[in-house]
Ligand binder design. Structure first.
Ligand code: HEC
Length: 206
């Protein structure tokens, strides 16, 4: 008796295969669902990425398409957007508007950022700034700003500065900051060690 029961053991395997095929025919739902999801993604890209013009390259940061032949300033801007999101947005916010109640000043429209040269911004990213500072006529005094000199390379800081100074969505419209510019400033401020800038020590920097 028991031998007879064991012998046809492979049968269930076949039996399982057939219902699967049958079920495949009847269960188009996963595909319909997938279609709906993909269509949703398509709509999302249409709504967010599709509205941007190709010549407004910062807009591309939202849906960065991998392109090998992008100009260096476009690459830097996109990289800067990622680094900003990771390293700065927690305090200065994704909008660049900061938060007056939390004592985080804005970078959008900031007179410390939007200068002829990126020299103050790069210094602030490298060594940070503390003590009382007025930005867009609002007073801040918060020593929470981090130093990025030991965290980010010249390329990284140049990319962040390019993103912050050139972010049209924030109303900022300055151009490409190069890693060479960052290197010169990094070397010039090396003697500061881990000292932070203050509004008054940064004032002589154009
Ligand atoms: C942990 C919070 C924090 C992070 C992270 C941070 N900051 Fe700041 N940042 C501050 C605070 C606070 C001040 C104001 C300092 C003061 O009161 O003197 C400031 C000031 C500034 C200023 C000068 C004032 C202004 O609003 O223009 C700039 C420029 C700036 N930060 C840029 C950056 C950039 C770029 C990054 C990322 C690489 C960054 N910060 C990351 C907190 C932060």
């Amino acid at each position: 008796m028991s031998k007879n029961k064991k012998q046809p053991a492979p049968a269930p395997e076949r039996a399982e295969t057939e219902p699967t095929i049958a079920a495949g025919g009847g269960s188009a739902w996963p595909f319909v669902l997938l279609g709906v999801i993909l269509f949703g993604c398509f709509l999302h890209v249409e709504n967010t990425g599709g509205a941007f013009r190709a010549d407004v390259y910062q807009a591309g940061m939202k849906t960065p398409p991998p392109q090998a032949d992008e100009p260096p300033e476009v690459k830097a801007f996109k990289r800067g957007a990622q680094l900003y999101a990771a390293g700065c947005a927690g305090c200065h916010q994704a909008t660049g508007l900061g938060s007056a109640p939390l004592n985080f000043p804005p970078l959008a429209g900031s007179e410390w950022v939007l200068r002829e040269k990126p020299d103050r911004l790069v210094r602030i990213i490298l060594n940070a700034i503390e003590g009382p500072i007025t930005v867009k006529q609002v007073a801040y005094d918060n020593n929470a700003m981090l130093q990025f000199k030991d965290i980010y390379s010249d390329e990284d800081i140049a990319a962040i500065a390019t993103f912050v100074r050139g972010n049209a969505e924030w109303g900022n419209s300055f151009g490409f900051v190069t890693p060479q510019q960052v290197k010169v400033i990094r070397d010039a401020s090396a003697s500061m060690g881990s000292q932070k800038w203050r509004a008054e020590t940064l004032a002589p920097i154009p």
